[in-house]
Design a binder for this molecule. Structure first.
Ligand code: FES
Ligand code: FES
Length: 168
């Protein structure tokens, strides 16, 4: 079966696919988009988080063929300029990615793409989210390294910078 996926505003053809393949599998193994990570493959860790029609989903739990008519946003779209809302140049880090770096919120990095997508999703919906809301929003993104403190600091830095402050 062949179908098209719209990912970060670009159309990608998926030829000769098995209809049981997950969106995560198709992104990584068929389309060469490895930003979304596969840590559990069963909807438990959030490392594969993407937006589908504006909703945060675990791409390991979505059939790719079911997303054929959808608008898919992956972590590659956050950084590449394609599909970005802030109009930043191609290849420039998003403000969330920059804050994660500035606050030292990245250790092994395996959870980070999913967290970046989740934080963008949250701050698009709730720009002034308080810490409890942030904790709830990222509760589905498991990180085994950081203890989350620096991740929360990074989110606060983004909020401060967007509000016109410099962040920490
Ligand atoms: S790989 Fe999808 S939730 Fe863990
Ligand atoms: S930085 Fe290693 S799992 Fe989060």
């Amino acid at each position: 079966m062949a179908y098209d996926l719209t990912i970060n505003d670009r159309t990608h053809s998926v030829p000769s696919a098995w209809l049981g393949e997950s969106l995560l599998y198709v992104l990584r193994e068929r389309l060469g988009m490895p930003g979304s990570k596969n840590a559990c493959d069963q909807g438990e860790c959030g490392s594969c988080s993407v937006q589908l029609d504006g909703q945060l989903v675990c791409s390991c739990c979505v059939l790719a063929a079911d997303a054929a008519d959808g608008d898919i946003r992956t972590v590659e779209g956050v950084a590449s300029g394609s599909g970005r809302r802030d109009g930043a140049p191609e290849g420039e880090l998003s403000d969330v990615q920059q804050a994660f770096l500035d606050e030292g919120a990245v250790q092994c990095g395996f959870c980070i793409p999913g967290l970046i997508v989740s934080v963008h999703d949250l701050l698009d919906r709730v720009p002034d989210a308080d810490e409890l809301t942030v904790r709830e929003a990222i509760s589905g993104n498991l990180c085994r390294c950081t203890g989350y403190g620096r991740i929360l600091e990074a989110v606060a830095t983004v909020q401060s910078r967007r509000a016109g402050g410099g962040g920490s």
